[in-house]
Ligand binder design. Structure first.
Ligand code: UDP
Length: 253
């Protein structure tokens, strides 16, 4: 067996060269990090769950016409993706106050926001991903005004879709982070959803108990992270590899 070429290694994922030009293999690790890498752990099974959940959400988004980098699942930890040029801006969409927004603005966690709010953060580990405005993004050339418009429009569609998806299985989508990339096709370039969407990058609260079913269990030392991620996968109907394909989300009455 020949060794695959590692193209990039991040905190929770590795990208390998794919089987064809313009493709990559995205591998989900079990590593967990928080607070800009100051807190670290290996949580066995996390990568498998995130791969499964992210693959499910990206497939559903593709089906409703949200362009993504996802091509197909390869195995329990890996997916085949299109190679894109990552736009160095993280987009956070918030529906309910939590985390850094609560801290920054003194709004109690759990307060419903008057409307969905979009924020941008500059992807830079050394600086701890500072929050930036559209002015910074265009002035420094991280993205064009058209790309910002595309990212905002897609983020709102993703938010509407995921809010409904999770609500149907008794989960409140509090906030989430997404990343976009430029996909070059001939002389065309378009903005597509990249990276992952998983309980590592979303805040997901049980509708009835407000239990956290996301990475805050790790950030806040609550324990039970794998059980929480499994619960998300179970409710989405995707926990077991050998269950009938696409049994789909279970509606909570
Ligand atoms: N988030 C993320 N990666 C980051 C920062 C934030 O996935 O580097 C997600 C986080 O899980 C949450 C949302 O973005 O769902 C908003 O995070 P927030 O700004 O409140 O920061 P945090 O409290 O997570 O530091």
């Amino acid at each position: 067996m020949s060794r695959r070429r590692r193209v990039y290694e991040g905190k929770a994922k590795v990208l390998y060269e794919g089987p064809e030009p313009g493709t990559l293999v995205q591998h989900f690790k079990d590593d967990a990090t928080a607070f800009n890498n100051q807190k670290r752990a290996v949580i066995e099974g996390k990568g498998v769950l995130n791969n499964r959940i992210s693959e499910f959400i990206f497939t559903r988004l593709n089906e409703i016409g949200v362009p993504t980098h996802f091509i197909r699942s390869i195995n329990m930890r890996e997916q085949l993706i299109r190679e894109v040029e990552i736009i160095p801006c993280e987009v956070v969409v918030r529906n309910v106050a939590a985390g850094s927004l609560s801290k920054r603005l003194g709004i109690e966690e759990g307060t419903a926001l008057p409307r969905s709010i979009i924020e941008f953060y500059y992807k830079n580990d050394e600086l701890g991903d500072p929050m930036v405005s559209e002015e910074h993004i265009t002035a420094f050339g991280w993205a064009t005004p058209q790309e910002i418009d595309d990212m905002m429009a897609l983020s709102l569609r993703i938010n509407d879709f995921m809010t409904g998806l999770f609500l149907g299985v008794g989960i409140r989508l509090v906030d989430f982070k997404v990343e976009f990339g430029r996909l070059y096709e001939g002389d065309m370039v378009r903005v597509v959803l990249a990276d992952e969407i998983s309980p590592d990058s979303c805040r997901l609260w049980d509708i009835r108990s407000n239990d956290k079913l996301d990475k805050d269990r790790f950030r806040r030392d609550l324990g039970g992270l794998i059980e929480a991620y499994q619960e998300v996968a179970r409710r989405l109907g995707i926990l077991f590899e050998n269950e009938p394909k696409r049994s789909g989300p279970k509606l909570v009455k």
